[in-house]
Design a protein around this ligand. Structure first.
Ligand code: SF4
Length: 312
């Protein structure tokens, strides 16, 4: 996972687990919709991602972590939902159209990829979720889940609550090249990066595009390096840069050096916890096994109600 995930989702999840009973899962069947040609990466990533979750402070004692493919009931609920979900609901989904355009290098004109939001509805409704934390771009998917819940309840009687969207505040953190941070763009700083990798990546970051020379005044408000400072540097450093950059009293090389130091210091507790977990992967596996068991028990209960409602 990278800093885009950390500030766009994980830290928000960490806050949510203090207020809600949370379920976090590895969507490995979903991953298969786009990675079906090279699926080995999916299994390899599972424990890696959960290790990141625990490292950033998601607490398996408080929340439940599970792996989607280990709870076969998700597939059954997906199948039942797919019987009454109109094709038009899926085809008009704006995220589907965007992803078709974005994933041009992969052939995702498949039945599974079109049906992705129906599986997502099964993932959410299986646990009778009241809220789903998503970014704005994912809100249409949750809307589809709400429609599926309403339609099921209308056809077979009320089984599911209609979940709300819990909008995740948008992170100001961008990738090294000022595009959205993404592994596939090659512009990401990962939670697992070494000090040397962080130094190198920060040195390559694009700053204020109008500032070509050190003697040009800069504008921190449009500079991605400054966004990192605001999160990771002490307030007095942030104020110094806010003052000095527009006066060309500090150069970008120096500014980046200070930011890289703050970033490494800020990430160190996460990286230390990660190193500790990496030396005890049995503990991570036990967390997943326990979460799978807890989730499976709930899923079985829900499916008993669903089968009763559908009379099948
Ligand atoms: Fe950005 Fe810092 Fe350069 Fe100003 S001095 S443009 S804040 S990197």
């Amino acid at each position: 996972m990278h800093l885009g995930h950390l500030h766009g989702a994980l830290l928000n999840w960490k806050r949510l687990q203090d207020r809600y009973r949370c379920f976090f899962f590895i969507a490995d069947w979903h991953a298969l919709t786009s990675e079906y040609v090279h699926p080995d990466i999916i299994r390899e990533s599972t424990y890696d991602i959960i290790t990141d979750w625990i490292s950033v402070g998601l607490d398996p004692e408080v929340s439940t972590f599970f792996v989607q493919s280990q709870i076969k009931e998700h597939a059954e609920l997906f199948l039942i939902f797919s019987m009454f979900t109109p094709l038009a609901w899926l085809e008009r989904n704006p995220t589907y159209k965007e992803q078709l355009a974005e994933l041009r290098q992969k052939d995702v004109y498949t039945y599974g990829f079109l049906g992705y939001p129906v599986l997502q509805a099964a993932d959410i409704l299986m646990y009778k979720a009241n809220g789903v934390p998503v970014g704005e771009d994912q809100a249409p998917h949750v809307e589809l889940t709400r429609e599926i819940a309403r339609r099921f309840n209308h056809l077979y009687g009320k089984v599911f609550p209609v979940p709300d969207v819990l909008l995740t505040p948008t992170s100001k953190i961008l990738g090294l090249d000022r595009r959205k941070m993404s592994k596939s763009y090659g512009n990401a700083i990962f939670l697992t990066d070494s000090d040397e990798e962080i130094d190198l990546k920060v040195s390559r970051m694009i700053t204020d595009p109008q500032r070509a020379r050190k003697s040009d005044p800069g504008d921190p408000a449009v500079c991605n390096v400054f966004s990192f400072h605001e999160i990771y540097s002490p307030p007095e450093t942030v104020e110094d840069i806010r003052r000095d950059c527009p006066l060309a009293a500090i150069g970008c090389v120096e500014c980046k050096r200070i930011m890289a130091a703050s970033l490494k210091q800020g990430l160190e507790p996460i990286r230390a916890r990660r190193r500790e977990l990496e030396s005890d992967m049995e503990r991570v596996k036990a967390v997943v096994a326990e979460g799978n068991a807890r989730s499976r028990a709930i899923a079985r209960e829900t499916m008993a109600q669903v089968r009763e409602a559908v009379k099948i």
